[in-house]
Design a protein around this ligand. Structure first.
Ligand code: URA
Length: 191
């Protein structure tokens, strides 16, 4: 199944009927579709993403782009675990997450990146159910039963928009460096 077919199925899945009725638009992943260096998985679209139909175009996305630029990572794909915006930006609920998991796994396997980076605890817990703390896991390399690529969870870049983010910023920066190292190592092996 190709990526477009996966997205078409998600868009009409009855599990997301309530979110569609709320007026949310479907927000598919965006970026380098074929063997990117890394795929980033956020939580769910926010208001700007809902308006534009593209993930990470709001303030958190600006921060994500800053970290990417700083680390020198330029071949990436961005997506979200939940692909409809929840009302009032509430956290995704259990049913919405459960209904999204199989699509995310198909998406990861179709895109086949070198590294998979869940951003924040919601996406991390889907791929690494044994990990409980995103702060502790951020920047470490794990294997997931759901994808062949190594998984490096990272604290959500949106965290740096809130007060008291000095430590989080340091951890996020170091985590992006780790992702870059892994990408460079893998690309060197191939060349
Ligand atoms: N924007 C997204 O697309 N995803 C997030 O997780 C946060 C902001």
């Amino acid at each position: 199944m190709g990526l477009d077919e996966i997205y078409n199925n998600y868009e009409v899945d009855p599990s997301f009927q309530q979110l569609r009725e709320f007026g949310s638009q479907f927000v598919p992943g965006f970026g380098s579709r074929i063997n990117p260096d890394v795929i980033f998985i956020g939580e769910a679209p926010g208001v700007m993403e809902d308006i534009q139909g593209i993930p990470f175009v709001g303030q958190a996305g600006v921060k994500l782009n800053e970290f990417l630029k700083e680390a020198g990572i330029d071949k990436f794909f961005k997506t979200n675990l939940l692909k409809f915006r929840p009302p009032d930006n509430r956290d995704p609920n259990h049913e919405e997450i459960a209904a999204s998991v199989s699509y995310l796994i198909q998406e990861l396997n179709e895109i086949n990146p070198i590294v998979v980076c869940p951003l924040g605890r919601y996406a991390m817990r889907v791929l690494l159910p044994d990990q409980t703390s995103i702060t502790k896991a951020s920047g470490k390399v794990f294997n997931s039963r759901w994808c062949s690529a190594p998984v490096i969870p990272i604290i959500h870049p949106g965290r740096v928009l809130r007060p008291g983010a000095e430590t989080a910023t340091i951890i996020i920066r170091a985590s992006f460096q780790k992702v870059k190292e892994l990408i460079d190592g893998a690309n060197e092996e191939v060349s």
